[in-house]
Design a binder for this molecule. Structure first.
Ligand code: TIU
Length: 220
């Protein structure tokens, strides 16, 4: 066990039981013309975390530690997309509609792919998820148990939507989560901070938070 400086108190990292979980770093959320922009968001601020996640990926790969990526996406026939999700709000383009990067949030389309700088490499796990939380209707939980992973270092977008949902799902399943604060971003800065505050309050009721610098120094 090694101790990572974190909020609300040091995270007891068990390196042999930890994985890096990179959530939904897809063009659809961080590039113009995708799902995130169709919801009315300025997606550009999210691009700032790409180099930070690239550094985390490089270190985990160099150390031979497991890496898991997720993509929020749906089958082309939308059978795994609830009407309540697709019909929400009044966006110009909905899930499955044609956009400049292909059909929004549809598996296999360019927009649903991971940004080039963070592309998975051979041996890394990819979880396609129809929900916000990465455990809902996916094999993630079974994969973690099979590989004896008990701790998740969490990065990706967006902090208060898919990242927070996933951390809460993980927490209820007995996994310990360390959120890397400069490796996650939201379209709403106040929501990012509120998420960090909510998760780490009450003695890490949802999990811990640290910076990439502090984490990487300990792992190195
Ligand atoms: N809209 C928003 O903030 N997020 C999502 O729809 N999905 C994820 O967070 N991945």
């Amino acid at each position: 066990m090694v101790s990572v400086p974190a909020l609300p108190f040091p995270f007891p990292l068990r390196v042999d039981e930890a994985a890096l979980l990179v959530i939904d770093m897809q063009r659809d959320f961080v590039e113009p013309g995708g799902f995130g922009e169709s919801l009315g968001n300025d997606v550009r601020p999210l691009q700032a975390i790409i180099p930070v996640i690239a550094d985390l990926l490089a270190l985990f790969r160099q150390q031979g530690l497991p890496v898991i990526h997720t993509r929020e996406c749906h089958r082309p026939d939308l059978t795994d997309c609830p009407k309540a999700k697709r019909n929400r709000g009044d966006p110009p383009l909905r899930i499955g509609d044609d956009g400049p990067m292909g059909r929004l949030l549809i598996a296999g389309e360019h927009g649903a792919g991971i940004v080039d700088a963070l592309a998975p490499i051979a041996g890394e796990t990819m979880i396609d998820k129809p929900g916000k939380g990465a455990f809902h209707a996916t094999p993630l939980g079974d994969e973690l148990v099979a590989h004896r992973i008990t701790q998740l270092v969490v990065a990706g977008v967006t902090t208060e939507v898919c990242v927070q949902s996933t951390i809460r799902e993980a927490n209820d399943r007995g996994f310990e989560c360390l959120l890397v604060t400069d490796a996650t971003e939201s379209y709403f800065p106040a929501f990012k901070q509120a998420t960090i505050d909510m998760l780490t309050a009450q003695g890490a009721i949802g999990g811990w938070a640290t910076s990439s610098g502090e984490l990487m120094e300990v792992i190195r």
